[in-house]
Each structure stands twice: as C-alpha cells, then as structure tokens.
Design a protein around this ligand. Sequence first.
Ligand SMILES: [Fe+2]
Length: 581
Amino acid sequence: MYILGLNVYHGDSSACLLKNGEIICAFEEERFTRKKHWAGFPVNSIHACLDEGGITIETLDYITVSRNPKYNFRKKIKFILSRPHVAFNFWNRVKNRSFVKDLSSDFTKYFSLSREFYESRIRFIEHHSSHLASAFFASPFEKSAILSVDAFGDFSSTVVAIGEGNKINRLGEVNFPHSIGQFYTAFTQYLGFLNYGDEYKVMGLAPYGIPKYMAEMECILKLSSEELKLFRLDLEYFTHHTQGVHTKIEELNDPTPSITFSKKIEQLFGPARLPNEPLAQKHFDLAASVQKHCENSIFHILRILHPIVNTDNICIAGGVAQNSVANGKITRSTKFKNLYVPPAGHDAGTSVGSALYLYNHILSQKRSEPMFNPYLGTYTSNAKIKQILSVSGLEYQYFEDYELCNRVAQLLADGNVVGWFQGKAEFGPRALGGRSILVDPRRGDAKELLNAKIKRRESFRPFAPSILKEYVDDFFEVKDSVPFMEKVFPIKPDVQHLIPAVTHVDGTGRLQTVDKEYSSKYHQLISEFYKLTGVPILLNTSFNENEPIVNIPEHALNCYFRTNMDVLVLENYLIIKDLNK
Ligand SMILES: [Fe+2]
C-alpha cells in the first residue's frame, strides 16, 4: 500500500512516501525551491517521492494532507460570530474552501489527475492528529502519552493524547486564540526577530540573561490548575485574535507572520527592539524569561498529563517541540522517563504524521516501525558526482571510506573548515552529518572562524556538537540517545575547556549522538578524529549560507565557491581549496 503524505500551503511544505507503513523517503520543498520555509504546493517533493518509490502517481492508494478545514468548524464560526466588531479574516469559510479547491487544481495542473482519481484518494487529516502521529507512530513505544504543542493548526494550539498500539486517543485540546507557540512568537517579534522560525534565536539568547520578568510572564500566559484546561493567554497583550495572522503564502509562498504583539507589551517592557538595534541586557533578560516560562508551561502540561496516562513514556511534536532546551529538561523536570521527538517535529513532519495516522489509526494496519533514521531525502551517487566534478575544472581526489575519513579527520585537526556532503539528505531542520559543515570543536575561535569564513550570523548563537554515541556520558551530565539534535544537555564542567567551540555560555550543548547503525561514515570520521585528538566530537553546523540546507552537489559546490570553506567532501571525492587556487 502506497500513501503520499503532504504538508501543503503551510510553512515548511513537504512530502513523504509510505510503503506498507514504512517511511521510504521524505523531502522538504525548500531544499528544491531554495527559499527558506517555502509554503506552497510541494511539486518537486512529490516527484522525488514517486521517483524514489519507482511508482507513478496512479499507483498511490491514498494521498493525505495534514490539515482538515472541517475540523473545529463550529468553534471557528462561533468565535467569529462572537466578535462581529473585529475584522477577523484569517479563519473564514472562504479561505478553507479555497484551500481545498487550490489543492485539487494544483494536482490537476501538475499531475493531470482525473477528478475522480483525486477525490477517491485524498484524505484530510487534522493538523494536530498529524503532529501526534508523527511522534507516536514513529516512536519505539507501544504505549505513550503524546503532546502536540504548537502555534496554531486547524484552530487548536495544543493537544494532549495517549497512544497505544496503532491508536491515538485525544484527551484534551486548547483552542485558538490561546497558544504557547503564539506567546513565544509574539516575544520573538518584540525582540526584533521577524522571520518565520526565528524563535530559536530567542532560545539561543536566553542563557545570556536572568529570568527577572517571570511575574509578568505568568500574567501574560497563565497556567491553569483546572484539569486539561492547561493555560490561557491574556489577550490584551496580543493582536492575532483581532487582526488575524497575515502571511504572504498565497502570493509568495512565504509563511512569515504579521506582528502579533499589542501595544500593551510595549507599555510594559518599553518599545520593541528594531531588527538592527544592538541587543541590551533587557533583551537577554526578556529572552531568559520567555524561555523559562515556555519550559514551565510544557512541564505544567506534562505534570497534569502523567497521572492520567499511566505510562512514563512521552512523545512530543509541534512547533514548540523544536525547543531543544525545554526537551532536554523534560525527563529531569517531570515524572516522564523516556522522551521521543521526531527528526521533523515541526510542520514539515506533518506530511509523515498524516500518512502514519491514516495507515495506523484509521486503516488499523500493523503498527509502523520506529523511526531512528533521519536520512530520507535526496541522494547523489559517486558516479554522478564524478561527472559533475569532471566538468568543473576543479582538482579532486577519490578515496575509499577509511582513507577518506582518515585524511578529513587530519584536515579538521589541522584547523580546516570542511563541507561534508554524504548519503541521503536529512529530513528536518537539523544537519546530522549528511549535509554538514564541520570544524574542530577544540578551537576557541571556531565561532569567529565560521562567521568570518562561511556564515555571517548572530554572535550569540551557539554551535552544536556531534558526539560518538559510545562517549556521551564522558562529556554530558545526562546519558541519553539524541539522534536528531533534539535535546540540549549540560556539559560536564571538567571537560568544557576541551570543547569550547560547542559549549554554550551556560555550559550546555545541543548534541547529536552519532550511531554507527544509521550514520556509519560520519561515525567513522569522528572515530578517526578521536584517534588523532582524544576528542570524540565534531562541531556540526548546517551546510548552507543564508539559504536552505544544500540538497545536491551543485548547491554544495556553489556554497563552497561563495564562501571561504577550506575543504569539500562530496561522497568519496575530496576537494581542497588550496590546491585549486
Ligand atoms: Fe503545526
């Protein structure tokens, strides 16, 4: 049975293909269009799915979409009717109708599908059911609590549920306009970060501040002790419920939201920071307060959930599940002992979630296998790379795996910045050794070096460590598997001086534990680096420069030429800039 799963007309549009419940590939459309968070119809990703599966679109048994315009429809209408005085145009019937119509016409336009075929195959899966499924049905747990925590989707922001076998039962939800994600986004905008997905910058800023505005935060986002009411926003601080959230999805496929904090936030904290204004201590303290309150809100929900579900397992997805700092504290701050967060916990992952929900929950098929492999995207063979390089005019060398890893490890230890392009591209926002830029983590000047040579990004943002799975507890306070860089853990104080490049200002690191089973060549490279230096860690940042992560060798070469990257490794081909001057 083939299911094509889609996230469409929404930030981070994507497609995946399920074959008999197994995820055989998944692609984010931004990697093809080269526009970050691209939010249109994922036509390139769909073609890539069909190619990878070796099938035509007529072979598909189902097409799932991670949105159901009919869900919460009565609540939407009730909400709009209760506020006739506001120009509320985001959640309206016309929009929902056009979503369904656009999808049908795009399928007809790009794939020449007959209306009968399309209508017999399409299934609309509610947004949070897709998030919940993307976590639980991909997890190794037979039974687990599940949390979808987000900005908004299908008129809800948060859903708590329990998963057992191939079923998910929802226990409660928080509806529009109350949202932890919206709370975080409004302060992200107030702090001068206006792009879609900039929330991670506030998370990076937080350790520089003191959470001295907790009393204010607790008034703006109030935690509720009433069972499953969970929390409420004080709406006077926001505008999304009166002005709507406007984006440029329809014209430009750009999901960047309009400003959603109200004047009352400026009355309380002073004028909002402009994007180019220097960061002051107040901004750091606000970031620290927002981050801490976000963490407290998640822990609050999980403490309510734990006694209801009778399990110590928890799965999390949704935009707020991208908060790796909060994720890293869950097993230490709540009674849950085991946490699974999928590689694409954000909206791109809902394509996978919608397909998994249909296969498992609706069709009641045999439970899907756990997902520990994030390498589900585009692949280019050595033969194809050789073809590309042979016409590039570059000097290059081919090495077998062992010799390649040995040489690259030495180049890293010698201080070179290395572009590492291997295997299938990662599905999800993190580079995990498939499309990565690597640096020696022992370098105190790595941040300056990377910023000067490759990425001109904010100096406060930390770089992340990839560590051999076998050595996690030599360096980190918590021994756990973190395959998708989805958790931040404290680094042991006595080893922080060994890896200054990946130790954040508060002594933490957003680690990736590298497992030989899923990342054999990357594991081999770090092992060779360990033999040379005694450090089983590399600094790993995404292979890009103010663009989506590179997808194909041409993107990697383009980035290599544009920047001052020293070394480029394309599968088994090694290119050294010094030899090409
Ligand atoms: Fe979402």
